[in-house]
Each structure stands twice: as C-alpha cells, then as structure tokens.
Write a protein that binds this ligand. Sequence first.
Ligand code: MD3
Ligand code: FE
Length: 202
Amino acid sequence: SRLDIAEGAVLLVGRALVGEEALLAALDTVVAGAPFRHMVTPGGFTMSVAMTNCGRAGWVTDRRGYRYTAEDPETGQPWPEMPGAFAALAREAATEAGFPGFEPDACLINRYEPGAKMSLHQDKDERDFSKPIVSVSLGLPAIFQFGGLSRSDRPSKVPLQHGDVMVWGGPSRLAYHGILPLKEGQHPRLGRNRINLTFRKT
Ligand code: MD3
Ligand code: FE
C-alpha cells in the first residue's frame, strides 16, 4: 500500500519485497567489493552506523568534512557499480511516488546494529534538491523521525519495516530526519542488522 506521510513524502509499504532475493544478492556483491566501515565525522566522532556505497559517487565523511567521492578512500578503487536491481527499484519507486525520470548516481548503504542511531539532520550535500531521495529499509525494523524544515520542529515517528520504500521529494526533501536507536532483534535473512539503501542524484 501507499501512505502519504507529508507533502512529497510517500511510504510504499513492502515495495522491495518483489525481487527481494535479487536485491539481497546484489547487496552481497557490493559489500564484497566495498566492505562496511565506521566513518568519522568532522567533529571527530565515529559513527555508530557502518557505511559503504555503490554507484558513480559515494558519500564519505572524515575529519576534513562530508563529500561525494568517485573512489573508495579505503582502497583508491572506484565504488562498485550500482546493480541493475538497485537502479530499477529506485527509479520505479520514484515514478510511483510522482517523480518520474529519477536516475540516481549514488547509493549510500547504511548498516545499523542494535543501539546504532542517526541523529536528526538534513541531507544538503547534493546539488539539485528538485530530485527526490529514495530509501529502502531491509532487515530489523526501525523508528524513523521525520521533522520539519527547522531543527526545532518536533519530529513525528514512522515505523519502517523490511521491504518498505520511502520517497522524499518536493517540500520534504530538506526536512530534518533521523533514526532512533535500533532495538535488539533477529531478522531471518539479515540477522541483527538493519540495512538502508539511500539513492540520491548528487
Ligand atoms: C527525509 N538515512 O543516510 S533514510 C541518510 O535509515 C539517512 O539510514 C536514514 O538519513 C537511514 O542520510 C534515513 C531516509 C531518508 C533519507 C533522506 C531524506 C529520509 C529523508 C532526506 C530528506 C528527508
Ligand atoms: Fe539523511
């Protein structure tokens, strides 16, 4: 089913379950080429979320700042190619949510273990905010916090389950958002992990 969360923000419940096995197989291939790692923020904190990327551009952070790179800084090699199953899902979900023609060049892959969280933030490292962001939740459930355009707007809570796809466009593109600390659990296919694929046009 399709749920409108806010203007431009659409939750496609279970949308990634069709083709789930192809998606998870492609994920394994990407992670074999570019393993998860805990990056460091410009402020010197190690993130609780482990990250990797695929596609022409990958999001990285270190003491120097946040940016997109063509190469994995751990290896100097290009990030793994965006799998066809990833690109197709992102494009189709964006179209279903009212944003046709979405061709992401970046896929950030976040891995949460129990206790990991992502504090409220905005995604502002891209050039064209008219393009949406598509995010795919896999594995353990999480509670997503969705705020407004100002950090002080009280966020609402949206539970996200394995297979859910969210599209954030229009006025929602610059909303503050975050993930509450993951609860303990076991997922039949992904164990003690939540994986989030975030597709962006940089
Ligand atoms: C709403 N990731 O990587 S994805 C991120 O579940 C990030 O790992 C979270 O926030 C995660 O930056 C949330 C959903 C998401 C992504 C971008 C957004 C929601 C968004 C941009 C604007 C508004
Ligand atoms: Fe974000």
